[in-house]
Design a protein around this ligand. Structure first.
Ligand code: PGA
Length: 242
């Protein structure tokens, strides 16, 4: 894994957005895998700025997001789809039919997971996947446990994850859905390149274990050690234990 450490979260976000913009320039029809969460907010802000400045052209790109809450309409203010509309989609020149998303409100959630996995396959696969990491080491919504699932699937969210996402649901963890849909670890590891981004003291311990610890289902991010092209973008706080 290639580790990049930046003085501030803003520096890390700027470098990451530049990396995505460079990838778009090199390969305009790139297939991007995208994350949600607090961490990538600054990266998306910088990508919007680069787009407005004519330095990030999404016109031929395709996107797949990592995950979505189950039982939540795409237009719900707490949905990841709405997060992406706010932070990126409405502000850049992505073609609407090249935006791919899990529909958490689908009538048959298992069929929806199969549809998504097939759609990724049909696109030729993800070229560049950007990832956040949960403080518990989850990637997408692949939570720590005795087993991990390779393909896109339904997940029961950990209590810590529901608490971490409470802000999207009026600050009340009880209103966060108990289930979500997520790309699997195999879906993620099949991407041509991975970039994991982590900021802040809260992530320091899981980042240290991701890099130096054993590969274990109890820390899904540790599987990134197996990828031949994985970069970590960290601020000083997240890199504190390295
Ligand atoms: P965060 O979430 O950026 O809000 O910390 C990251 C994640 O859970 O993947």
């Amino acid at each position: 894994m290639h580790i990049h450490i930046f003085d501030t979260p803003a520096d890390a976000a700027t470098a990451l957005a530049r990396r995505v913009a460079d990838a778009l320039a090199q390969r305009p029809a790139i297939v991007l895998g995208l994350p949600t969460g607090r961490t990538p907010v600054a990266m998306y802000a910088e990508l919007r700025r680069l787009h407005a400045a004519g330095e990030a052209d999404f016109s031929r790109a395709e996107t797949f997001n990592l995950d979505e809450f189950a039982g939540v309409e795409p237009s719900h203010p707490g949905s990841f789809r709405e997060y992406m509309e706010t932070h990126l989609f409405r502000a850049v020149n992505l073609q609407r039919n090249r935006i791919h998303f899990l529909d958490g409100a689908a009538a048959d959630l298992d069929a929806e997971c199969r549809r998504y996995e097939n759609e990724i396959e049909a696109s030729g696969g993800i070229d560049l996947q950007v990832l956040g990491i949960g403080a518990n080491g989850h990637i997408g919504f692949n939570e720590p446990g005795d087993t991990l699932i390779a393909v896109t699937h339904r997940v029961t969210l950990a209590d810590t994850t529901r608490r971490d996402n409470a802000a999207l649901f009026g600050g009340d963890p009880a209103r966060v859905p108990r289930e979500a849909l997520s790309m699997g670890m195999g879906t993620i590891l099949k991407a041509g390149a991975l970039i994991l981004v982590a900021m802040g003291e809260r992530k320091a311990k899981c980042i240290e274990r991701t890099i130096n610890g054993p590969i274990t289902t109890q820390l899904p991010a540790s599987f990134l050690q197996l990828h031949r092209c994985a970069d970590l973008y960290l601020d000083r706080e997240a890199a504190r234990l390295l």
